[in-house]
Design a protein around this ligand. Structure first.
Ligand SMILES: Nc1ncnc2c1ncn2[C@@H]1O[C@H](COP(=O)(O)OP(=O)(O)O)[C@@H](O)[C@H]1O
Ligand SMILES: [Mg+2]
Length: 167
């Protein structure tokens, strides 16, 4: 019997393009209700990764850095499915998260991508794919991907198969 695959996937990225490409592979795998939580310091590449995820999922126009609104809704043309891109960088705490309607989003069928999810940590439901981006130097990043729950686990396994097949 072979050992089960590890619960964590680490991907090295040497350019924004590579990070976006990993996002693209993940975006293609997402389906209704999936939650992706992104953490990492300012400039780590959370928005770059989000843009890739959005493109892989089918967002048009592309995801950008949410400047004024903390929540950006994207609707896919072919089937009307929705993706919520959330950036909690400027949030004051869990109370403000509640005022954003985050609970409703997380309970609903929309896909949610949350940048700076560490800001509200424990308030998030358990099932989620977590990606922490570590900044090593100007272009080098490490994407540390881990799964909470069964669905996230299968996403992680599928991503392992697809994202690593290149390189
Ligand atoms: N390997 C890499 N992956 C992602 N971004 C990178 C990488 N190398 C350099 N960058 C740059 O780092 C910045 C990341 O910005 P952004 O995605 O907005 O960060 P965050 O959303 O985490 O604050 C961009 O300017 C991007 O071009
Ligand atoms: Mg950002």
């Amino acid at each position: 019997m072979s050992a089960p695959p590890p619960d964590e996937l680490r991907i090295q990225s040497d350019s924004p393009q590579r990070t976006e490409q990993v996002g693209l592979a993940l975006g293609r795998l997402l389906r209704a209700g999936d939650l992706v939580c992104l953490s990492g310091q300012l400039g780590a590449g959370k928005t770059v990764l989000s843009r890739g995820i959005g493109a892989g999922w089918g967002a048009d126009p592309p995801l950008s850095s949410p400047t004024y609104n903390l929540v950006h809704e994207h609707q896919r043309e072919n089937d009307g499915a929705r993706l919520q891109h959330i950036d909690l960088y400027r949030i004051s705490g869990p109370a403000e998260a509640a005022s954003l309607g985050l609970d409703d989003i997380l309970e609903g069928d929309d896909i949610a991508i949350i940048e700076w999810s560490q800001r509200i940590g424990d308030c998030l439901p358990k099932e989620q794919l977590r990606i922490d981006i570590e900044l090593a130097d100007e272009q080098a990043r490490e994407l540390i991907i881990s799964a909470r729950g069964q669905r996230a686990r299968s996403l992680l396994d599928a991503l392992r198969d697809t994202a690593l097949s290149r390189s």
